[in-house]
Design a protein around this ligand. Structure first.
Ligand SMILES: [Cu+2]
Length: 173
């Protein structure tokens, strides 16, 4: 019976995930562990964050990495946050002039036994028409709907884009 083999393996995976939550995120060395109410089989990797924008900017973006420990692709089909009037799933594409532009996508796939990174210049969760300005260090609640699995809830910290990893990476232009 496949189930009798699968279950101990899954339990071990969950145990490892619970005891070593920061193993896959070397840039995250400080502060409390990020909290995620994730559906079974889905794990948050590292620490989600929201880009701190200059005053007056009405929108910003959230970034995170999700791992899928199941044998099937999982689709993120929508998002929501109490800080913004509208939450959209976005990607970047290069237009015919070589300019990177954002566009809304219908869903974001977390590949089976793989992960998806939402990061600057790529996939992201767009927070549009913020109800009030965000300040660095604030925890922003974010929820994502996963097709067939339900709602994923997490908190993303507002950070400066230049220092998203607290000194880990430098962006080159
Ligand atoms: Cu966007």
């Amino acid at each position: 019976m496949p189930n009798t083999i699968l279950l101990p393996g899954l339990a071990l995976t969950l145990l490892v995930a619970l005891t070593t939550p920061l193993l896959a995120a070397p840039e995250d060395t400080s502060e409390a562990h990020a909290v995620c109410e994730c559906p079974e089989g889905i794990e948050l990797q590292g620490r989600p964050w929201v880009r701190m924008m200059p005053p007056g900017m009405p929108s910003t973006a959230a970034y995170l990495t999700l791992r899928n420990n199941t044998a099937r692709d999982v689709e993120i089909v929508s998002g929501a946050s109490p800080v913004a009037a509208t939450t959209e799933l976005h990607d970047h594409i290069e237009d015919e002039h070589g300019v990177m532009r954002m566009r809304e996508v219908g869903s974001i796939t977390i590949p089976a036994n793989g992960q998806v990174k939402l990061q600057p210049g790529g996939l992201h969760v767009m927070l549009i028409d913020l109800h009030s300005p965000l300040e660095t260090g604030r925890q922003v609640p974010l929820q994502l709907e996963l097709e067939g699995l339900g709602t994923l809830r997490l908190q993303a910290e507002v950070r400066d884009a230049e220092h998203p990893g607290m000194g880990g990476h430098h962006h080159r232009h």
